[in-house]
Design a protein around this ligand. Structure first.
Ligand SMILES: NC(=O)c1ccc[n+]([C@@H]2O[C@H](COP(=O)([O-])OP(=O)(O)OC[C@H]3O[C@@H](n4cnc5c(N)ncnc54)[C@H](OP(=O)(O)O)[C@@H]3O)[C@@H](O)[C@H]2O)c1
Length: 210
């Protein structure tokens, strides 16, 4: 059982938090408005509660899911710098210039992969990338399957973030496909072949050439 802090409890964070609570983990949902997360907490059941982002970091969870609009990454990383030393941060964000403005365009135009940017901002964390390629609707409806399982690509900065992320993908009844370290995450970005694609492990591996 892990304690998991959800930073951004919308389509992706809300759904994943419910899945992890169902799988037996302790889940702390957070957003700028935790008082609006009551029905989510109710649906997630006894393993979940809603807290502020500050409280989620103070709770020293084993892992954090970052599921906010990309433009919020700087601010969240800055305000809580130092609170999450050696904690695993799973980055599910994607930079969309239309929604996220200049910073998203800058990151897209740079040589750095988007999650390398997140890892640089969350400098004391152990960052991984996962759940950014999956359609929110599929995340919701295709978890906990015995057959016809879908596969989720992930990348990780080190052994610990790799193991925790793999475990948390498998705990929701999906297969985990390791892409490489954060320098390999170009293959998981918005304009790439596996983005938005839900398929099984062997097809996903083929698409990723691994
Ligand atoms: N939707 C998809 O199919 C999909 C798939 C894969 C990845 N993603 C990526 O995942 C991220 C989240 O997408 P989503 O569709 O889940 O978005 P969403 O439904 O709009 O949810 C965003 C959540 O973040 C919270 N939030 C926003 N700013 C925050 C801040 N500064 N501090 C704390 N919480 C904050 C929001 O609540 P408050 O406004 O109340 O704070 C909300 O709970 C995005 O980067 C997106 O590109 C989305």
């Amino acid at each position: 059982m892990m304690k998991i802090g959800i930073i951004g409890s919308g389509n992706i964070g809300g759904t994943l938090g419910k899945h992890w609570a169902k799988a037996g983990h302790e889940v702390l949902f957070s957003s700028r408005h935790p008082e609006e997360l009551n029905s989510l907490v109710h649906d997630a059941g006894k393993n979940a509660k809603a807290v502020s982002v500050a409280e989620a970091f103070e709770a020293k969870a084993d892992a954090y899911l970052l599921a906010v609009p990309f433009k919020e990454v700087d601010q969240i990383a800055e305000v809580f710098a130092g609170e999450y030393g050696q904690k695993v941060v799973i980055d599910a964000t994607n930079p969309y210039p239309d929604r996220d403005g200049e910073i998203a365009q800058e990151v897209r135009d740079s040589n750095r992969n988007a999650t390398e940017y997140t890892a640089m901002k969350f400098s004391t964390a152990l960052t991984s990338k996962a759940f950014n390629t999956i359609h929110a609707e599929h995340l919701k409806k295709r978890a906990f399957r015995d057959t016809d399982r879908i596969a989720v690509p992930y990348a990780a900065q080190d052994e610990k973030s790799r193991e925790v992320t793999r475990q948390l993908i498998e705990d929701i009844g999906m297969d985990a496909v390791y892409v490489g370290d954060l320098s390999a995450t170009k293959a998981m970005e918005v304009d790439q072949g596996v983005y938005g694609v839900s398929t099984n492990k062997s097809e996903l591996s083929e698409k990723l050439n691994i």
